[in-house]
Design a protein around this ligand. Structure first.
Ligand code: ATP
Ligand code: MG
Length: 176
């Protein structure tokens, strides 16, 4: 893993752009996060986004919007990929992060894939000290969430006593 400081919003915009040209589905990005810097491997996180957005499109054969939402959740950055596709039966959700697990039924048989995508996504997210989980309603759609620790999530406590300014916080302003 080649870890570097990444702006997750830029990575999402770049990845969504790749789908814009090759898909009839629109991919909308709703950015509600104020802190978007994570420590991560750019190529691997792009691979996670490619598979999750790719799945959202692939399993929405009737069209529908794909929405990528991003927000801060305490010391983590949460990215959610939501579709209005065929959904996943509740009993199948727990097994889909294992390798080669696909759902074999008539509505999916024609949709290709090896069943490796989610297993790889989970491996990558866990290597980043994050987590990934699925929320889905069969016939209504699926949302896959993942969370990554924020780069600024180191404890930043400093003590402030009344009348004494001790260790004032240092603000680092980055020019870009
Ligand atoms: P690969 O990603 O290796 O090309 P795949 O897309 O079938 O193949 P995964 O990405 O691991 O494999 O997904 C596993 C299974 O989970 C899929 O085959 C599909 O049945 C189900 N699934 C994943 N994402 C969605 C989604 N957004 N909506 C409905 N079903 C999904
Ligand atoms: Mg996939």
């Amino acid at each position: 893993y080649r870890m570097e400081k990444l702006s997750m919003n830029e990575l999402i915009i770049e990845t969504a752009e790749k789908f814009r040209t090759q898909s009839t589905h629109s991919v909308v990005f709703v950015d509600d996060a104020s802190d978007v810097t994570v420590e991560g491997d750019k190529e691997r996180l792009a691979q996670v986004l490619m598979n999750l957005i790719g799945n959202a499109i692939k399993f929405s054969p009737q069209g529908g919007n794909v929405t990528v939402c991003m927000k801060n959740n305490f010391n983590a950055l949460r990215v959610s990929i939501k579709d209005e596709g065929i959904g996943i039966p509740a009993e199948d959700i727990p097994k889909l992060f294992s390798k080669f697990q696909r759902i074999d039924n008539s509505s999916r048989r024609k949709i290709g894939g090896t069943g490796l995508g989610l297993a790889i996504c989970q491996e990558i997210i866990v290597k980043h000290d994050g987590k990934i989980w699925i929320e889905s309603q069969e016939g209504e759609g699926t949302t896959i969430h993942f969370e990554l620790p924020l780069q600024s999530s180191e404890p930043q406590e400093y003590s402030v006593h009344e009348g004494v300014e001790e260790n004032p916080p240092v603000m680092i302003v980055e020019d870009d």
